[in-house]
Design a binder for this molecule. Structure first.
Ligand SMILES: [Zn+2]
Ligand SMILES: [Zn+2]
Ligand SMILES: [Zn+2]
Length: 121
């Protein structure tokens, strides 16, 4: 599947995993929506409101930043948040929850990720 990923704001070519547009005039924060599997520009998601709900500009569903980023992992995913509870992880990450410990654990074993996983049991 050779999809061409583009920045939704300036249409510069980018990649599926890009967290920021590489166009220096744009620098849009990018996120991959779990609902429509498309890149959207994430506005005002930073700055304190770490779990702020974002409305996808493509499909209109509510999403939140994937928790993987908050414990030091590399993910630009947006987890589904349109139900009563926001999901913790985007579709990419929740599909491999067991992988998660190894992805993030190297950096954060026994700290953030460890506490997070222990608490969720
Ligand atoms: Zn851009
Ligand atoms: Zn969407
Ligand atoms: Zn994720």
């Amino acid at each position: 599947m050779a999809k061409e990923w583009k920045c939704p704001r300036c249409s510069s070519a980018t990649t599926r995993a890009a967290r920021k547009c590489s166009n220096s005039d744009c620098r849009a924060e990018l996120g991959l929506c779990s609902h429509c599997k498309d890149l959207i520009a994430v506005e005002a998601a930073e700055g304190g409101l770490r779990r702020a709900r974002i409305t996808c500009s493509k499909c209109g569903e509510a999403v939140v930043r994937c928790r993987t980023t908050q414990v030091g992992g590399a993910c630009n995913g947006l987890a589904r948040a349109s139900g009563r509870y926001a999901h913790q992880f985007c579709d990419d990450c929740s599909g491999k929850t067991f992988d998660f410990a190894t992805r993030v654990g190297v950096l954060a074993l026994g700290t953030a990720a460890g506490a997070l996983l222990r608490r969720r049991r």
